[in-house]
Design a protein around this ligand. Structure first.
Ligand code: MN
Ligand code: MN
Length: 303
């Protein structure tokens, strides 16, 4: 099966989304401070994306220490960036559904700096080896070997992923460990490469924590309740199949209406809520991520 090369306009939008995502990722590194409110970081990132002409492809994730991924602030979040913490900021931008997904780790603890550096170097390794024809299992083995050569552990059940229009996790996964798979990388595909790294005494995997504050439309089904219907229509029109935050809807609907509508939509399984992912032994996790376009000889980093 041969995939057609990306349409020119699609490629242009991927590149624009990538450029915005890169700018926000670079700037957020000097914005985040110990003691700052987490919600301030989330909203700063999301506002900056919009001011630069993009749309958030998902709520800004601010995942701290052993929380590996999928934390975003609920409305009125009181949590703060702790002292000596390892903070992962994961940023998604889309232009017309063409998504750039990128993440960075900000380290306030010199003893954990090695985790941040290794996740970044593992990402560079991934960028160096990815090319048409490589299998996802060869890719995963190489990343695992690299991380283990540094005396650390990859998180085996958090993976990079193929990206498609309005779909963050499309088609193929890109694990950071050796695994059995026949799937191969092809020219013209878009991938997020994202190694997650923990300490040697960590479990090297995440478990589901409590439900987070990130939601997504998962089922096409109508609802009778007029308020729930209004909220659902808004979600379909504004986010389609992309994840969103309750914070965003609070700016549009009164709290009481939203709370009831949300409960109805979750109960009827039209919406899903993502759990927060935590390192299974509670060890700190670092992450680095870029979105790349697979080219004839390798890849173009979009972010
Ligand atoms: Mn990401
Ligand atoms: Mn990703």
């Amino acid at each position: 099966m041969c995939k057609l090369p990306l349409e020119r306009t699609a490629l242009k939008k991927y590149r624009e989304a990538g450029k915005i995502a890169r700018k926000v990722r670079e700037d957020v590194r000097s914005f985040v401070r110990e003691g700052m409110a987490v919600i301030e970081v989330c909203e700063w990132v999301e506002d900056k994306i919009r001011r630069l002409g993009g749309q958030p492809a998902f709520p800004c994730n601010v995942s701290i220490n052993h929380i590996a991924a999928h934390y975003t602030s609920p409305p009125n979040d009181k949590s703060l960036i702790p002292e000596d913490s390892l903070v992962k900021v994961d940023i998604g931008v889309h232009m017309d559904g063409y998504i750039a997904d990128t993440a960075t780790t900000i380290c306030f603890n010199p003893e954990l700096k090695f985790l941040e550096e290794t996740s970044m170097q593992a990402l560079m390794k991934g960028i160096e080896i990815i090319q048409p024809g490589i299998s996802t299992s060869e890719f995963g083995s190489a990343i695992q070997r690299f991380i283990e050569s540094r005396g650390l552990k990859p998180i085996s059940n958090l993976t990079g992923h193929q990206i498609d229009r309005y779909l963050i996790h499309a088609g193929k996964s890109l694990p950071n460990v050796s695994h059995f798979s026949l799937s191969k990388i092809r020219e013209g595909e878009i991938f997020a490469i994202e190694p997650f790294v923990t300490t040697r005494d960590g479990a090297g995997r995440v478990r589901d924590g409590p439900p987070g504050n990130i939601y997504r439309l998962v089922k096409q089904k109508s609802v009778k309740d007029p308020e729930a219907k209004r909220v659902l229509t808004y979600i379909k029109n504004h986010y389609r199949t992309l994840p969103f935050a309750e914070r965003w809807l609070r700016k549009v609907f009164p709290r009481k209406i939203l709370d009831e509508a949300f409960q109805k939509l979750l109960r009827s399984r039209i919406l899903m809520v993502y759990p927060v992912f935590v390192e299974a032994k509670g060890k700190p996790v670092a992450q680095a991520e870029h979105t790349v376009l697979i080219t004839r000889n390798g890849c173009e980093v979009l972010t």
